[in-house]
Write a protein of this length. Structure first.
Length: 183
């Protein structure tokens, strides 16, 4: 069942049937470059999916969504996750397979979720985070309408290259989103 549809993407709810695609996505070095030194095991992905499906029962309009192209081929995932600020301030996330990069799909899917969150879910603010050095993801955030808020530092046991430059927080408020729509 389609959750959202854009010009080139279909987003649907995550299920346990998606584990194989997620394992493949997580084994792509380019995809994981700014996320982890070693990809999660299949068992960890199964547990993560089960946990995400359980959370979606509490917040049925939020969660992780599998993205496919118009022909139904797996592209990656997008997410509107409920964090400590509650459903009024979800966090945007995305992970696309390497072959889907550079086509504007991350921006297209992100914009669709942002619009949906403000239009239908009562969101007042949407945030997103990435490593400071992840210029590709930062560019997607900016093209999706989010603005840079701050750089912050997190201590990691086994930091990735570039961690010393910190993490960045981006956001867009409902007021900013409405202003952007009028332009």
């Amino acid at each position: 069942m389609i959750y959202l549809q854009t010009e080139r993407l279909q987003l649907r709810r995550l299920t346990l049937d998606d584990v194989d695609n997620l394992v493949t996505l997580n084994t792509d070095d380019g995809v994981m470059r700014f996320l982890a030194r070693t990809p999660p095991t299949r068992e960890q992905v199964v547990q993560e999916v089960a946990d995400l499906v359980a959370v979606s029962e509490t917040y049925p309009e939020h969660g992780r969504f599998i993205a496919a192209d118009r022909e139904g081929r797996f592209v990656g995932w997008f997410e509107l996750s409920v964090k400590s600020d509650g459903p009024e301030a979800p966090e945007l996330g995305y992970r696309l397979r390497n072959g889907a990069w550079g086509q504007g799909l991350a921006t297209e899917g992100s914009r669709a979720l942002i619009d949906h969150a403000f239009t239908n879910l009562g969101a007042e603010r949407i945030t997103a985070e990435t490593m400071f050095v992840n210029t590709g993801s930062r560019r997607v955030m900016e093209k999706s309408g989010l603005r840079y808020v701050k750089t912050f530092h997190v201590d990691f046991d086994d930091p990735l290259p570039g961690t010393e430059h910190g993490e960045v927080l981006y956001e867009i408020t409902r007021k900013e989103w409405l202003t952007q729509r009028q332009v």
